[in-house]
Design a protein around this ligand. Structure first.
Ligand code: GCV
Length: 687
């Protein structure tokens, strides 16, 4: 088999041994490993996951001390570090307490899972964990549901490849039409995720093919092997299921949720699945979305569908993650009465309060689809009696395919911190954690994101895209964390011993790279303008006359989507105050979202004082300048990094410069041709 895209043949031939260690090389454990460490976990009947995590904690400590001259000692032997499971008042199995006094560093937790997170906390702190005194600090995750969704297929799609929207080679789970015999790499991945704070993983694409449907059938033992590898790191496995499974696997003639045979089939399927994977987390499902089957075919609602699955998995403690990405992908572009941005709200909000307790309605963070800049989804804030989970995308489907250096920590931080009811009110992250102001505090939906990992030797195609995976985990644990401090953690854990110059250059390249990407691609929240299907490279009218519902309506006078109540689609009405009014008027709408909410003339003057068309020219010229500066900064610092990694980054920068230049020239030319207005600074625009 030839090496998948993004994987060098040498790496493919050398297999796992050639994999870059990402953020946990042995050297990252130097400070902890040089100490005398005791691990105290009382012998008791732990649940399987906790018992296995206990073994992991012991093994991590043993390996670190063996490598760095420390020792594993008994509690009576005057340890420098104590890792202990002790009763905790809150009983949260994932939280831990960190304290340092009288020359001793202690992590305590109610469960080995908390101890594992505490152990990685010490690794992050390095020497600082063993110096001076530290007040008692309690660390607890913001939400217990911190999930990565894999869009991995067992089969290789002729166009999409094996991982849908994946740019890091093939799947780490599957090869040659089956689950890999050797799951060593998955074990390493589990360790990386645990160190970042992720505790759930769904292992197959939400677009479930016929082969993948069999994960509920004859391939179930294979799925169980994957779950076995995640469990020792405190990670729960979930499966994506097809709504059509009763037909595809069960031989039934219908998937109607009201049909008794269908209900029985799902209940029996759940019994079978949980017999094979007793601690499975549940099912993720994409129904009635982009051609996937769903309850609409039977005149049933999404609540009917979700609740039917929920009833099947409830006896096993399972969850249903039911995706809200439901819209008309066969829209007539001539039909101005339909606005795709309104779809999730329209389909789901009427059912608020009717979803079963074990259903999470998983809503994408924006109303369209993971664009570099779009408004937040109003549906997230409109279902106080529903467990609303929020979905993000670590893989960079619309953000450069892991060919461009784009750090997303700042973007996610801004979105997670969006205060839906105005300054100081509950945020997107709060709602996901059950904190809707009109809710009862129990409706926890959690946070999920599409993974960016593949069998590439650097895990993520662009080695710096690892920082996104790490940051995703850390921000789910603490959405209030400073994303640049999180980037520093990633740098320290990934390149221990990197000098100041290397660190400074990584910051120069990555800190504002999201904004840089925005500057050379689609402007002012207009969205899309990408090449259809591949979603890479510029094509301003690529989606304009298609059925996908993603239009910008550029003509000779202006551009943007009128989503106002006064004259447009009325989408602004889906927001609570004050945003419904802030977005309604171009006078108050933030510049960066102007074209998301308004159709304005090219001469419209932004709050920044610049016209729309001049803003486009300025940002696009500047965006490319920034990419060139980042490339040059990298050239200065590349010698501080492992040679293979440096080569990969250098190669990616060449492509980023080419692509950013293409974006600049295509978008500038497009605006010039439509507006007839030249650049006031006379720079080159192709006519
Ligand atoms: C898994 C977008 C992507 C699809 C993806 C879909 C989804 O439309 O282009 O590849 O399918 O989102 O989130 O379900």
């Amino acid at each position: 088999m030839s090496a998948p895209a993004g994987t060098t043949p040498a790496a493919a031939a050398a297999g796992d041994l050639a994999v870059h260690p990402a953020w946990l090389p042995d050297a990252a454990f130097a400070a902890l490993g040089a100490r005398r460490v005791t691990v105290e976990i009382p012998a008791r009947e732990w649940p399987a996951m906790s018992a296995q995590v206990a073994q992991t904690v012991r093994a991590e400590v043993a390996a670190a001390t063996a490598a760095h001259g420390g020792a594993v000692v008994g509690a009576h032997e005057d340890p420098d570090v104590v890792l202990a499971v002790v009763p905790h008042s809150d009983n949260d199995p994932e939280s831990f307490v960190f304290v340092r006094d009288a020359g001793s560093t202690r992590i305590t937790a109610a469960d080995p899972r908390g101890l594992l997170y505490g152990l990685f906390h010490l690794v992050r702190l390095g020497e600082a964990a063993f110096e001076g005194e530290h007040e008692v600090e309690r660390h607890a995750p913001h939400t217990p549901l911190r999930m990565l969704n894999h869009w991995d297929n067992i089969a290789v799609h002729p166009v999409m490849g094996q991982v849908e929207r994946g740019d890091s080679g093939g799947s780490i789970f599957y090869a040659d039409g089956k689950v890999r015999a050797d799951l060593t790499r998955v074990g390493r991945y589990a360790r990386l995720l645990a160190a970042a704070g992720v505790n759930r993983v769904s292992i197959n694409n939400v677009n479930v093919g016929h082969l993948e449907t069999r994960l509920l059938g004859d391939l179930l033992p294979e799925a169980a092997r994957i779950a076995d590898v995640f469990r020792p790191y405190g990670i729960t496995t979930h499966l994506s299921v097809s709504w059509a499974a009763p037909v595809r696997l069960g031989g039934l003639t219908t998937s109607d949720p009201a049909d008794a045979d269908v209900r029985r089939w799902w209940a029996e399927a759940a019994d079978r699945v949980w017999a094979a994977i007793p601690d499975l987390g549940g099912f993720v499902i994409k129904a009635d979305s982009e051609g996937q089957p769903g309850p609409f075919a039977y005149g049933r609602s999404h609540a009917d569908g979700a609740n039917m699955l929920a009833a099947a998995v409830a006896p096993h403690g399972g969850l249903i993650h039911w995706r809200a990405f439901v819209y008309d992908h066969e829209q007539d572009w001539r039909d101005r009465s339909t606005d795709r941005a309104k779809a999730a709200y329209q389909h789901f909000v009427p059912h608020d309060g009717t979803f079963a307790d074990n259903v999470v309605v998983q809503v994408k963070h924006g109303p369209l689809d993971f664009q570099v800049r779009e408004a937040v989804s109003p549906a997230i804030a409109a279902m106080p009696r529903t467990r609303v989970g929020v979905e993000f995308q670590v893989t960079t489907e619309y953000l450069g395919h892991q060919k461009h250096a784009v750090y997303l920590g700042r973007m996610w931080s801004e979105l997670l911190g969006f205060a839906y009811w105005g300054p100081g009110s509950p945020t997107m992250a709060d709602v996901a954690a059950g904190g809707h102001p009109d809710g009862d505090g129990t409706r926890i939906g959690g946070l999920a994101a599409v993974s960016n990992v593949g069998d590439d030797e650097f895990w993520t195609g662009h080695p710096f895209a690892q920082a996104n995976l790490y940051a995703w985990g850390r921000l789910t644990w603490n959405p209030g964390a400073d994303p640049i401090a999180v980037l520093d953690e990633w740098i320290d854990l990934t390149f221990p011993g990197l000098g100041d110059q290397g660190r400074e250059v990584l910051h120069r390249i990555l800190d504002e790279s999201w904004e840089t990407y925005e500057r050379y691609t689609a402007p002012l929240g207009v969205c899309f303008m990408v090449s259809p299907h591949s979603h890479y490279g510029p094509s301003p009218d690529g989606y304009e006359y298609t059925p996908w519902g993603t239009y910008h309506f550029a003509d000779r006078d202006g551009i943007g989507v009128d989503r106002t109540r006064a004259t447009g689609s009325g989408f602004t009405a889906q927001y609570p105050a004050p945003w419904r009014d802030v977005y309604e008027s171009p006078q108050t709408c933030p510049d960066e979202l102007l074209l998301f909410f308004h159709h304005v003339p090219y001469t419209h003057v932004l709050h920044s004082g610049t016209s729309v068309v001049q803003h486009v020219y300025d940002t696009h010229f500047d965006g490319v300048e920034r990419v060139l500066a980042a490339r040059d900064a990298w050239a200065e610092a590349a010698g501080h990094f492992p040679a293979a990694l440096a080569d990969r980054v250098t190669e990616r920068f060449a492509e980023q410069v080419r692509s950013a230049t293409d974006w600049r020239d295509v978008v500038n030319t497009y605006f010039f041709r439509h507006s007839g207005i030249g650049d006031e600074r006379g720079r080159a625009i192709y006519r």
